[in-house]
Design a protein around this ligand. Structure first.
Ligand SMILES: Nc1nc2c(ncn2[C@@H]2O[C@H](COP(=O)(O)OP(=O)(O)OP(=O)(O)O)[C@@H](O)[C@H]2O)c(=O)[nH]1
Ligand SMILES: [Mg+2]
Length: 335
């Protein structure tokens, strides 16, 4: 996505995109060393890389570029879950570059492909929360996508940055959901605001924001129940949570982050469209990239939804969340 279309995403931008030097400094301190950082991405993306791009070296060997090269490349990109539309558009762009630069050898395609894929991913906006307190972040997504784990990961990340954090356990649907967040809360020393089982999730979210206001907390992470994007009533319930949070604190939620399970591949696009239609989704978190062979869906997310990918989940532990890095991602999947 181009910066201009990011800027159109105005509500989100109002609070979150701000190139702030202080944040950059902190960010660098908590980031692992560069080599470790890249190897983490590489390890995390092994499955996608092996499943789809493993054949790339063989395909782009010493031969001349032929119709067969294009057919095989097409097959490979579809297999990597780039989706039909994105695959076609990548191929059109590659053919144009090959023609323009007079390339004839298949081996020369590797770099062109890398550059083309990289150009389709944008750097995540740098997130700062200057002037907003508390920043209210709603985590949404289908069942089991990784919302609660992501809440824990974000909680740890923001705590380490020196921010005070509060969890709102607005998943009142699943009996064990509150316990799960409470376990994370006690491990990470983050308080959890919860309600009675089967109570109204909007009421819990409201209480969490009120508690954060009263306590002067910096960030409230509201975990919501997993819901199928096709279930009308559940999506209406989510809209209500969104509205109620706004009543507790004007302007909230300041971010709605959709947690997408990378292993679902192209189906994640349908989910994302439905969530985007219901609540103002401002960014995507790709969870489980480490156990996915379908990481190529990231390209379609950016192309078709115009949503920034903010973070990637590369494991189950709280430290296994990293800001989305397009360079590391492309290098990782190309192996
Ligand atoms: N490998 C891996 N596993 C993950 C990641 N994120 C979450 N998981 C696992 O995925 C499973 C589901 O995670 P949850 O955080 O409970 O998902 P959820 O969206 O809160 O689920 P519901 O509340 O039931 O909708 C758990 O076993 C997590 O440990 C990730 O980035 N990598
Ligand atoms: Mg959950």
């Amino acid at each position: 996505m181009q910066p201009s279309s990011l800027i159109e995403n105005s509500e989100f931008i109002r609070y979150l995109i701000h190139f702030n030097a202080v944040y950059h400094k902190r960010h660098v301190i908590i980031r692992p060393a560069m080599a470790e950082f890249f190897s983490r991405w590489k390890d995390g993306l092994t499955r996608t890389s092996k499943a789809a791009f493993g054949r790339l070296a063989g395909l782009l060997g010493a031969t001349e570029i032929s119709a067969n090269t294009w057919d095989q490349l097409e097959e490979l990109l579809i297999q990597a879950d780039l989706g039909l539309e994105t695959t076609q558009s990548v191929l059109v762009a590659l053919k144009a570059t090959v023609k323009r630069d007079g390339l004839t050898r298949a081996s020369e395609l590797q770099l062109v492909l890398k550059a083309e894929l990289r150009s389709r991913l944008s750097l995540p906006p740098v997130l700062t929360f200057a002037g907003v307190k508390p920043v209210v972040i709603l985590l949404v997504g289908v069942n089991g996508s990784g919302k609660t784990t992501t809440a824990a990961k974000l909680g740890q990340r923001y705590s380490q940055e020196g921010k005070s954090v509060l969890f709102g356990a607005a998943d009142t649907f699943r009996a064990a959901a509150v316990d799960q967040l409470q376990v994370w809360g006690s491990r990470l020393k983050i308080d959890v605001i919860s309600g009675a089982p089967e109570s109204d999730p909007g009421a819990v979210a409201f209480s969490a924001v009120q508690a954060a206001l009263a306590r002067g907390v910096d960030i409230v992470l509201i975990d919501t129940a997993g819901r199928l994007h096709t279930r009308f009533n559940l999506m209406e319930e989510l809209k209500k949570v969104y509205r109620v949070v706004g009543k507790a604190f004007d302007g909230a939620p300041h971010a709605v982050w959709l947690v997408l399970d990378s292993t679902t591949g192209q189906n994640a696009l349908q989910q994302a469209k439905a969530f985007k239609d219901s609540v103002r989704v401002s960014g995507v978190i790709l969870s489980k990239l480490d156990s996915s062979a379908r990481g190529g869906m990231a390209f379609a997310i950016q192309r078709e939804l115009g949503l920034p990918i903010l973070f990637a989940g590369l494991g189950e532990k709280p430290e296994d969340l990293t800001p989305f890095d397009p360079d590391a991602f492309v290098s990782g999947i190309l192996g």
